[in-house]
Design a protein around this ligand. Structure first.
Ligand code: SF4
Length: 319
């Protein structure tokens, strides 16, 4: 049984959105995603900004409600659970966000931030004190750091506080939503190493989300590639650089990551234009207006995700 299984997950937003000017629209942020994540696995989820990765993260952590589909955690359907059941679930699935500064309360000291989930779950004061020190040690912080405020730490250290807090209740699954994207390159490597060590030491599973394929390949065994709300390929990380992968995956492999995470990754020159408007996805293959290999059928018929090789599935008429 997979630790996480998602079946045909959909999240549409209806309202007034700005596309050059405001108009009413239905934005198809997540549009029929199915995938599994095994126990002890790191599954990467990559795609350009705005493709729906973060919405997907918020759906599986139940921070947002789905429009349709099913989410199974440890064999149990969790998308409808509420109250005590949801509270129990939250112990097992935790999320780490990209922006380490805004996800920490600036008025709280690091020790109190790490302790917060333990307070929420009624852990005794004595055990909490012990656990906070243990967690700080686990992520490479000094005991004295407990009395410092978030602004007294560097970006990398703040992300360590976030990781410690996420681990407080001993989750089985960590959803890491662009956890290193706002960090300098050298610090990024340290945090990735820390996540790798913690995974081994605590037998964790990660859903590791990033626009940067290089960061994902450092940790993930398999990578799911997302385009305009859908998965276009699921591929072992070891095969990413081989020829024959989905044209969009290839473009990501050859992309130059933007030095500033707020900027878009620069995709290969052969890719035309910007991602289409998610409220009006193109007919047929959603990638066809930008695909260097598109043929007639691509504009008409939607390709389905099918097995195309060893442990590899892709949605492409030519694979
Ligand atoms: Fe390109 Fe056609 Fe494959 Fe879509 S189906 S990725 S347009 S070749």
């Amino acid at each position: 049984m997979s630790l996480l299984e998602v079946r045909n997950l959909v999240k549409h937003y209806e309202g007034s959105f700005y596309f050059g000017k405001y108009r009413r629209a239905k934005v198809r942020a997540v549009d029929g995603i199915s995938l599994t994540l095994e126990r002890g696995e790191v599954l990467g989820l990559v795609g350009e900004s705005g493709c729906g990765k973060s919405t997907f993260a918020r759906l599986v952590t139940r921070l947002e409600e789905k429009t349709a589909g099913e989410i199974y955690f440890d064999g149990q359907e969790i998308s409808g659970c509420t109250g005590k059941k949801l509270r129990r679930l939250r112990r097992h699935i935790q999320i780490i966000f990209q922006d380490s500064a805004s996800s920490l309360n600036p008025r709280w000291k690091a020790g109190a931030i790490i302790e917060e989930p333990l307070v929420n779950y009624g852990i005794s004061r004595e055990k909490r004190r012990e656990r906070v020190l243990e967690l700080m040690d686990l992520v490479g912080m000094e005991p004295g750091d407990a009395d410092k405020y978030p602004h007294e730490f560097s970006g990398g250290q703040r992300q360590r506080i976030n990781i410690a807090r996420a681990l407080a209740l001993e989750p089985a699954l960590l959803v890491c939503d662009e956890p290193v994207s706002s960090l300098d390159v050298s610090i990024r490597a340290q945090v990735l190493n820390l996540l790798r060590e913690l995974k081994e030491r605590l037998s964790l599973s990660y859903l590791f989300i990033s626009h940067d394929l290089a960061a994902v390949s450092c940790l993930a065994a398999r990578v799911a590639v997302m385009y305009l709300g859908q998965i276009v390929e699921i591929i072992p990380a070891s095969q990413l650089h081989l020829q024959g992968s989905h044209p969009y995956t290839r473009a990501l492999v050859e992309a130059v990551p933007a030095p500033d995470p707020r900027q878009k990754t620069v995709l290969k020159a052969t890719l035309k234009g910007e991602p289409p408007d998610p409220s009006r996805p193109p007919r047929g293959c959603r990638f066809h207006p930008r695909c260097p290999e598109a043929t007639g059928i691509c504009c008409e018929e939607k390709p389905v995700l099918k097995e195309v090789g060893k442990e590899r599935t892709a949605a492409c008429h030519l694979r």
